[in-house]
Write a protein that binds this ligand. Structure first.
Ligand SMILES: *[C@@H]1O[C@H](CO)[C@@H](O)[C@H](O)[C@H]1NC(C)=O
Ligand SMILES: *[C@@H]1O[C@H](CO)[C@@H](O)[C@H](O)[C@H]1NC(C)=O
Ligand SMILES: *[C@@H]1O[C@H](CO)[C@@H](O)[C@H](O)[C@H]1NC(C)=O
Ligand SMILES: *[C@@H]1O[C@H](CO)[C@@H](O)[C@H](O)[C@H]1NC(C)=O
Ligand SMILES: *[C@@H]1O[C@H](CO)[C@@H](O)[C@H](O)[C@H]1NC(C)=O
Ligand SMILES: *[C@@H]1O[C@H](CO)[C@@H](O)[C@H](O)[C@H]1NC(C)=O
Ligand SMILES: *[C@@H]1O[C@H](CO)[C@@H](O)[C@H](O)[C@H]1NC(C)=O
Ligand SMILES: *[C@@H]1O[C@H](CO)[C@@H](O)[C@H](O)[C@H]1NC(C)=O
Ligand SMILES: *[C@@H]1O[C@H](CO)[C@@H](O)[C@H](O)[C@H]1NC(C)=O
Ligand SMILES: *[C@@H]1O[C@H](CO)[C@@H](O)[C@H](O)[C@H]1NC(C)=O
Ligand SMILES: *[C@@H]1O[C@H](CO)[C@@H](O)[C@H](O)[C@H]1NC(C)=O
Length: 660
């Protein structure tokens, strides 16, 4: 019994981390890296609660920066540095697969190591896709070397790993990591195949010339950097509120739209530009990153039309019209002209010039520029990956077990072999965990590795028996034994290179509690009807009205009234087995165990969430997660009283159905 108590303690500790490691009510995750474990605070300027990163990574070392740089924001005061291993990752959980998110990482070197030598560069990956090379020597050298990088992506999974990769040019470190859900319609240029990396997000002629606008002025917590040059442009502003057009795809905060630059003379141009990141200028080179620009306009002056007053301008890119007609912004209405598809040039020069009929100079309130990154790399099969992560956590495997188990090949986990079939996610085919100091029983998660052919667990201190489920792996051929305490009950189930047919039958400790949340799969949210939208898109960059716009009228929260509680029902374990086809398909995994795909008798697709006996959290936490899942997804409107009436002998099912 002693080992079990020890496990229980461990699981309670894990439970605490898990609860901190969840998004807040807005779906925000705000991590101050290097903050002492369990510490958290409310940030003065944003009023957002930042938590320690201890629940998100199990590698690296905490440092405080040097005192001389402490003037900057609190998030920069401490950091986590990763001297060991090529790839080190943060794992963010409880995300909504298919939803759009903004991810932001920031870095303040601040001479934390006392060497006064910031790392030349290191790479960032979002999941299995390259994000950006962080070049610490180029940015903010006068402020202790700082950098902020940001991306907008569609979440491929309910779990995301953000990885720092040591490329041999210095020790990676990170100061803070933010995740913000965006509305599905936002930034239509971000798709499942491509993400957007921010080059610039500029607030023209801000009232506060040094202040960056973000949450709460921007409910989506984007950073709007100040942009002005009094020697070139004039500034205009209003104190009146600026509203977005209907179906606003960008929702620029009105504080940003309230100010703008104009030229001093109606015959002059507003212009801005940048060079392509690649050295060799060659148009339409697919290896060169494509860029998308989004220009935000609102008229801030009350014009007298009967007096012939008109502000109208052309938008040109590299001296060619980028928007086919002259454009006149509406009074106090925020509108955007944007690329719907990335364009590739060696250099980009946007210029905005007045039409001949215009009596007023051109105006620009804000501008965003992104380049696209492909997000098409396939990570390990998600069921394999989550099983591997459970195994890693259960045995505390160190090695290089960070990030995706199989991808990229060069960083695949030691002791794992994978199959890489083109166009299919890699599968884990063999695991060699021999002589790895494994303790406790054999994880049933091995049985979730459906492509496993070879499993070597020899020379460990494993106890208990071989899970029966392992015998159901059709392709598993070899298991090595030689664990002195395996099956101490006298049965000869200690295995030495036995084949699956000789596996001992072992009935696991009965599952105590199963609470099932049935929610119509989140995928349903993807099929909501699309809407018209009114913002203009630039010439030759597909149609003016994108055809594939999804229309969630609110953000991740979804429409409460599109969901309706149908019934509460209890199920037996046998029924659940039938519903899930023997717990065949894992949709995902939370702190409480797996979530399985299933179908009710009437064909309703359901997600079945199990709290297994090996769950590392208690009933109370599970109910909290159930409640939380519900509020986050607005999936179920099921009364909480039902949950309080909790009976360990029954299985509770909450059934919700989407009403269209
Ligand atoms: C960083 O500073 C805080 C207090 O300012 C202290 O509590 C913490 O232990 C320090 N962390 C490290 C890693 O030195
Ligand atoms: C970092 O930036 C500096 C200055 O622009 C450049 O000289 C250096 O090559 C860059 N380092 C890497 C690794 O890209
Ligand atoms: C302008 O922004 C800076 C930086 O956020 C802040 O310290 C300062 O108080 C702001 N000034 C005003 C007048 O709001
Ligand atoms: C505006 O520009 C035109 C042409 O450059 C110039 O002739 C005119 O004097 C300028 N007006 C002002 C007010 O600067
Ligand atoms: C607009 O211009 C017309 C013609 O010059 C003038 O009569 C009218 O008073 C102006 N209206 C305003 C609100 O300035
Ligand atoms: C303004 O842009 C249009 C469209 O590119 C161009 O035809 C025109 O010559 C430009 N006018 C000025 C004054 O730059
Ligand atoms: C960009 O275009 C404008 C207007 O055509 C021009 O005045 C400016 O010099 C150009 N800038 C660059 C860097 O080419
Ligand atoms: C300018 O005004 C004239 C007369 O109202 C009109 O015919 C012409 O189309 C206008 N040009 C533009 C570019 O709007
Ligand atoms: C498994 O790992 C052990 C120890 O690292 C090694 O001796 C053995 O050769 C490995 N087996 C295979 C098949 O690679
Ligand atoms: C993985 O593949 C390598 C190369 O084919 C092989 O040497 C090694 O034994 C394999 N390891 C396991 C655990 O199967
Ligand atoms: C198993 O545990 C015992 C005592 O805890 C230890 O002496 C032994 O080295 C361990 N064996 C392995 C293979 O880790």
């Amino acid at each position: 019994m002693a080992p079990r108590r020890w496990l229980l303690l461990l699981f309670l500790a894990a439970g605490v981390l898990q609860s901190l490691a969840q998004p807040d009510s807005r779906g925000f995750i705000s991590i101050d890296c290097g903050l002492a474990e369990e510490a958290s605070y409310v940030d003065d300027t944003t009023t957002l609660a930042y938590v320690s990163d201890a629940g998100f990574t199990d590698a690296g070392t905490n440092y405080n920066i040097s005192a001389e740089y402490l003037g900057f924001s609190r998030r920069g005061h401490n950091l986590r540095s990763f001297p060991d291993g090529v790839r080190n990752c943060y794992t963010l959980r409880s995300l909504v697969s298919g939803l759009k998110y903004l991810i932001r990482a920031s870095f303040l070197y601040g001479n934390y190591d006392g060497l006064n030598r910031p790392p030349a560069s290191f790479d960032l990956h979002i999941g299995v896709n390259f994000w950006k090379t962080v070049n610490m020597s180029t940015w903010g050298a006068d402020q202790g070397n700082t950098a902020t990088v940001e991306a907008i992506i569609i979440m491929p999974n309910d779990l995301l790993q953000v990885c720092l990769v040591n490329t041999g040019s210095g020790t990676p470190f990170i100061s803070s990591l933010d995740l913000r859900p965006l509305k599905r319609t936002f930034y239509p240029q971000a798709t499942a195949e491509q993400g957007l990396v921010m080059l610039a997000r500029l607030n023209a002629a801000p009232v506060n010339k040094t202040g960056t606008i973000r949450y709460p002025d921007d409910p989506h917590d984007r950073l709007w950097y100040p942009w002005f040059d009094a020697t070139i442009w004039a500034e205009i502003s209003t104190t009146e509120r600026v509203y977005g057009i209907g179906d606003d795809l960008f929702e620029v905060p009105w504080k940003v739209m309230q100010t703008a630059i104009v030229t001093r003379n109606a015959s002059e141009n507003i212009w801005f530009g940048w060079e392509s990141l690649d050295a060799e200028p060659r148009d339409d080179d697919p290896s060169r990153p494509g860029y998308v620009a989004i220009l935000h306009f609102a008229e801030l002056q009350l014009l007298n039309a009967s007096n012939g007053e008109l502000r109208q301008f052309y938008i040109n890119l590299n001296d060619e019209l980028a928007y086919p007609t002259g454009f006149t912004p509406e009074h106090l209405i925020s509108n955007a002209i944007y690329d719907t598809k990335p364009s590739r040039h060696s250099g980009y020069n946007f210029s905005i010039n007045a039409t001949t009929n215009s009596t007023l100079p051109p105006i620009l309130n804000a501008v965003e520029v992104y380049y696209v990154i492909p997000t098409t790399n396939l990570g390990t099969d998600s069921q394999d990956a989550s099983a591997a992560m459970v195994i890693k956590a259960k045995y505390g495997v160190r090695k290089n077990w960070m990030g995706d188990p199989c991808f990229p090949r060069t960083m695949a986990w030691d002791g794992l072999n994978c199959s890489y079939a083109a166009a299919n996610p890699p599968r884990i085919t063999s695991i060699n965990l021999s002589s790895s100091g494994l303790k406790s029983d054999i994880s049933s998660s091995f049985a979730h590795l459906k492509a496993l052919q070879y499993l070597d667990l020899s020379n460990n201190n494993l106890t208990g028996s071989i899970p029966d489920a392992l015998s159901q792996l059709s392709s598993l051929t070899v298991i090595h034994g030689n664990n002195p305490n395996l099956c101490t009950d006298g049965n000869s189930c200690q295995l030495a290179a036995k084949t699956k047919s000789k596996l001992a039958i072992y009935v696991a400790v009965p599952i105590l509690v199963i609470v099932v949340i049935v929610s119509v799969s989140l995928l349903v949210l993807f099929f909501l009807r699309r809407r018209n939208q009114q913002q203009g898109s630039m010439k030759n960059r597909t149609t003016v009205k994108p055809q594939n716009e999804e229309a969630m009228s609110t953000s991740y929260g979804g429409d409460d009234d599109s969901l309706q509680l149908v019934e509460n029902r209890r199920f037996t374990y046998e029924e659940l087995e039938r519903i899930t086809n023997g717990f065949d398909r894992v949709l995902g995994q939370g702190g409480f165990g797996y979530v399985y795909d299933g179908f009710l008798e009437d064909g309703t697709q359901v997600a079945v969430k199990l709290r297994s006996h090996s769950s590392n959290q208690g009933v109370k936490e599970f109910l909290a997660e159930v409640r939380w899942t519900k509020s986050f997804n607005s999936m179920c409107l099921q009364p909480l009283a039902e949950m309080r009436d909790f009976d360990v002998k029954f299985y509770v099912l909450v059934l919700c159905r989407l009403r269209f």
